[in-house]
Design a protein around this ligand. Structure first.
Ligand SMILES: [Zn+2]
Ligand SMILES: [Zn+2]
Length: 293
């Protein structure tokens, strides 16, 4: 199982494994890691760093967009190698291992073949063995962080209470975590394409996740780099409009206790047409892929 390395923008590297993305931000020979991938990818991650001429102790900071273990797998290892790890305080108790994620809602989705296979691949990547983070610093909404790349924190709660996006104003890039994704996490690549909020058992408050799209749109970033799915190079505003249009009747419908009554992909409209040829642009935006075995 490989880790795929692409370069969606100068100084930005995207690491992808099991439909999950994390990113490296390079500036002045130092690194910021945006999300921390899956625990089972540590060795592949170190190989990817070495290909880029870096080592784990070149990482100054790990910014965790939210507490889910597919985004925090290597945070503690990077902290032990010398990095600061930062998250929003609302998600910190999970990352420190003081609170446990309630995974009971997942069971209702396992009848979907793609979803069941996706969970099995997560297990194979050590998702249940994500180390707790021994020391965490806090992200504050609106703050420009004094770390390589100087990202601005955009608090976008809903998927989790502490979900944050990270905005690189000088390059018009928005790392959206799971606040806005481009992959249907119930059905995979054959599901509904394009920008969307995460549906299914993983989102804590779907109404709030939809409301938070406004703060993402307000960045007016040209490119969205999500936690799951391909980059979206057509602007945050179009991404938000499409995600909203894809969720009619969602607000007020879903609660964790009635996950199976969630609006389904089949009832959703096709995404709005985008000028140009999005797939070509997405391929261009990513650059050539390198596979790290
Ligand atoms: Zn998540
Ligand atoms: Zn995720």
């Amino acid at each position: 199982m490989t880790l795929r390395l692409t370069r969606p923008a100068p100084g930005v590297h995207r690491l992808s494994s099991v439909y999950t993305n994390w990113y490296l931000l390079e500036a002045g020979g130092r690194l910021t890691v945006l999300d921390a991938g899956l625990a089972g990818d540590w060795r592949h991650f170190c190989s990817a760093l070495s290909r880029l001429g870096h080592a784990p102790d070149d990482v100054d900071a790990v910014l965790v967009t939210h507490h889910h273990p597919d985004h925090a797998g290597n945070a503690e290892r990077l902290r032990a190698a010398g990095a600061r790890v930062l998250s929003h305080p609302a998600d910190a108790s999970y990352l420190r291992g003081e609170k446990q994620l309630d995974n009971s809602g997942i069971v209702r989705y396992l009848w979907r073949p793609w979803y069941a296979a996706y969970m099995l691949r997560y297990l194979a990547k050590g998702i249940t063995r994500t180390p707790a983070v021994a020391r965490l610093d806090e992200l504050a909404d609106g703050e420009v962080l004094d770390v390589p790349g100087f990202p601005r924190v955009v608090h976008a709660p809903g998927h989790t209470a502490g979900s944050c996006a990270l905005f690189l104003e000088d390059r018009s890039l928005l790392f959206s975590g799971d606040a806005l994704v481009t992959l249907d996490l119930e059905r995979g690549p054959r599901g509904r394409p394009g920008p969307q909020v995460v549906r299914g058992p993983h989102t804590e408050d779907a109404d709030l996740a939809l409301a938070s799209l406004d703060v993402l749109a307000a960045t007016n970033a040209e490119t969205v780099l999500p936690g799951h799915g391909e980059p979206w190079p057509h602007g945050t505003k179009s991404a938000v409009n499409i995600a909203r249009a894809a969720s009619p009747g969602l607000a007020g419908l879903w609660r964790p206790e009635c996950g199976s009554r969630y609006a389904t992909s089949a009832s959703m409209p096709a995404p709005a047409r985008i000028e140009g040829r999005p797939q070509d642009e997405i391929r261009r935006a990513n650059g050539p892929a390198r596979l790290i075995d």
